[in-house]
Design a protein around this ligand. Structure first.
Ligand SMILES: *Cc1c(COP(=O)(O)O)cnc(C)c1O
Length: 363
């Protein structure tokens, strides 16, 4: 690794290792040929390990929002309930609105997680066909209990679409064991790939339902993704260079093992929590409540008169890039993306830089 790796802590895109960047400079291959199909087969094996599924995992040459829209467009007709607790879960609701779906919101304040018991109350009566939920709300650093939420949805006969864009690869998720309907993620978060790819798995029932869904469009048609994935292809010309990066990176992810990767992410989060507790009396505090903190991203409050933007600029002078606040928390927080290929050591170094700015009082 070069000295440049390990200093970029934006919660997406996150730092990408030089070896993965270098993999993208390989020459082009035809996407309807044996070399591509062999690579796609290897990528499938890696993605299945990450999603913990035997189902095909779709590869979309789009950002993650594309596969959020795919989930909405391909979901069965009927009223949706969007679980909203921050900027990205609100985006899911907005996509439903803009795709012409009837969608209500179950909203809790940014910084809170959803309560599965409360969700059950809202689902009883069978008014809803589908719910949407964000696993790791990247805007606030809150982790939703998607296992319980998915289970309650199923108990009420409702499908559950899960955005695990900053979750998958860093926070435990078991597609098959939890009998998930649809889970999507993006390349540039906990998988530590460059931006530009999105991945999703869907249950066989969800794919069958997609075939009946009118107005699902062409580019984000899950039924078509499924048909092509079975022959190790994508429906349209994929971003071949990014797939080279995925091929290289998924080998490393599989070699590390998912349990080890989840543990490393939890440990990185705990380093950040310990830091905020050490400094709580003086300056910073973490937005998410204990027990609801994402292993991949933390939103941290800086009380006035400290300004997150000025703070981030000072930390940047020391070589470390933090994430800005997002949405409703934009002016009061900064974020640390402790995900992907970061380590406890690189997170500690970043926090040391934060400390020295706080001590200097220059923010
Ligand atoms: C980053 C992110 C998205 C959007 O991803 P894009 O790749 O920018 O489309 C959606 N949901 C969550 C939770 C995210 O963190």
């Amino acid at each position: 690794m070069t000295a440049d790796f390990g200093k970029f802590f934006v919660p997406g895109p996150t730092d990408v290792r030089p070896e993965v960047l270098a993999a993208m400079s390989q020459p082009m291959i035809a996407h309807r040929g044996p070399e591509f199909e062999a690579m796609f087969g290897r990528i499938q094996a890696g993605l299945r390990a990450v999603f913990r599924t035997e189902r095909p995992v779709y590869v979309s040459s789009s950002s993650a929002t594309g596969l959020m829209e795919a989930g909405i467009r391909c979901a069965p007709a009927g009223r949706m309930l969007a679980l909203v607790n921050g900027g990205f879960s609100e985006r899911f609701a907005k996509i439903a609105d803009m795709c012409g779906r009837e969608c209500d919101r179950y909203e809790v304040p940014a910084g809170s997680a959803h309560d599965p018991g409360e969700l059950r109350k809202r689902l009883v009566g069978k008014k809803y066909v589908v719910i949407t939920v964000v696993h790791s709300e990247t805007s606030t650093g809150v982790l939703n209990d998607v296992r319980a939420i998915n289970e309650i949805a199923h108990e009420q006969g409702v499908l559950c679409l899960i955005d695990s864009v900053s979750g998958l690869g860093g926070a435990p998720l078991e597609f098959d064991e939890w009998r998930c309907d649809y889970v999507l993620t993006g390349s540039q978060k906990a998988l530590a790939l460059p931006p530009g790819l999105a991945f999703a798995a869907a249950s066989a029932d969800f794919v069958e339902g997609a075939k009946q869904s009118h107005g699902r469009g062409v580019y984000f048609d899950i039924a078509e993704f499924d048909e092509f994935a079975l022959k190790n292809q994508t429906p349209n010309t994929p971003a071949v260079s990014l797939l080279y990066a995925a091929d290289a990176q998924l080998k490393s992810i599989v070699a590390e093992g998912m349990e080890a990767r989840w543990a490393r992410h939890a440990a990185m989060r705990d380093v950040v929590i310990a830091w905020t507790e050490r400094t709580r009396d003086t300056v910073v505090s973490i937005v998410a409540r204990p027990g609801e903190r994402s292993p991949t991203v933390s939103a941290i409050r800086l009380p006035p008169p400290l300004k997150p933007q000025g703070f981030a600029t000072e930390v940047r002078r020391l070589g470390y890039t933090l994430g800005a606040g997002y949405g409703a928390l934009r002016d009061t927080t900064f974020r640390i993306g402790h995900m992907g290929d970061h380590t406890i050591e690189s997170v500690r170094e970043c926090l040391d830089a934060c400390d020295s700015v706080l001590r200097g009082g220059t923010a």
